[in-house]
Design a protein around this ligand. Structure first.
Ligand code: NAP
Length: 249
């Protein structure tokens, strides 16, 4: 297969954590992988664009680069994001806007900018949302709000772009131990020591790839979080009580 025929994936936030793991898997599966983030990734990629995706024009510059150097895009993975560990009261308006800039507006801008290229390839948009976008987690309120917005974006976009042959996969990871997430999270509270259900970045990456191949609409990983969702929706008062204890509110 010539390089021009090889599929191309663009992944934001490949300098660690889930982005790095997904880059590894897509590379293994024969994709040419492009990364976009601010610090240099440890893994070898076909191309790394050093960029802050929240910057004005960042998405347009990326599009120009990808068009010129690769001429196609088959998969866009919107992965860059950060969390927060603080109550609404402790969190400033600037911090709320900061989270929305990265987790939501940059993701929307990236997607809208790359839609024409994805239309040409009948490609796929993969949005990394969170279980915190499917149910609420006290002391992570602004983060939840951004991820609920991502889920709404994925669901509405999916229906809108179906006619172009573009697919949209919404990914909701539960807790996964990546060193970056806690380090980058805004706010001073310490999250409770909850079990991670055996989840890990390579496991999530393999799940995402399988779901992509099968044309799935969404991924929940690890699956055990289905019980967490059921519990929070069925017994919200008990959940609130437990969350208040765990977060020492
Ligand atoms: N880990 C979890 O438990 C978990 C659970 C659910 C959902 N998620 C979601 O999964 C995604 C990845 O999380 P992670 O745990 O892998 O976090 P991470 O290790 O902190 O990685 C975050 C990535 O985002 C990039 N990034 C941050 N600000 C950026 C900016 N302005 N422009 C471009 N890239 C930027 C970082 O790269 P640079 O700093 O080099 O720019 C980094 O590569 C996030 O959207 C997160 O919300 C994570």
């Amino acid at each position: 297969m010539s390089a021009a025929q090889q599929k191309v994936a663009l992944i934001t936030g490949v300098s660690g954590g889930l982005g790095e793991a997904m880059a590894e898997v897509f590379k293994e599966k024969g994709f040419r992988v492009i990364g976009a983030c601010r610090s240099e990734p440890a893994i070898e990629l076909d191309r790394w664009f050093k960029t802050d995706i929240t910057r004005e024009n960042a998405c347009r510059e990326l599009l120009a680069g990808v068009r010129e150097e690769f001429g196609r895009l088959d998969v866009l993975i919107n992965n860059s994001g950060k969390g927060n560990y603080a109550t609404w009261e402790e969190f400033s308006e600037v911090e709320v806007r900061d989270l929305f800039e990265l987790n939501f507006f940059a993701l929307v801008n990236m997607t809208r900018t790359f839609l024409p290229l994805l239309q040409e390839s009948q490609g796929t948009v993969i949005n990394i949302a969170s279980v915190a976008g499917l149910t609420y987690v006290p002391c992570m309120g602004p983060y939840c709000a951004t991820k609920y917005a991502v889920c709404a974006f994925s669901d509405t976009l999916r229906a809108e772009v179906k006619g172009y042959g573009i697919r949209v996969l919404n990914v909701a990871p539960g807790r996964i131990n990546t060193t970056g997430f806690s380090k980058r999270a805004l706010g001073r509270r310490t999250p409770p020591d909850t079990p991670d259900g055996g989840s890990n970045p390579p496991g999530l990456a393999c799940h995402v790839y399988r779901a992509y191949q099968r044309g799935r609409r969404s991924v929940l990983y690890p699956r055990i979080y289905i019980f967490f969702l059921w519990f929070t929706r069925s017994f919200p008062r008990t959940y609130d009580w437990a969350a208040r204890k765990l977060w020492k509110l």
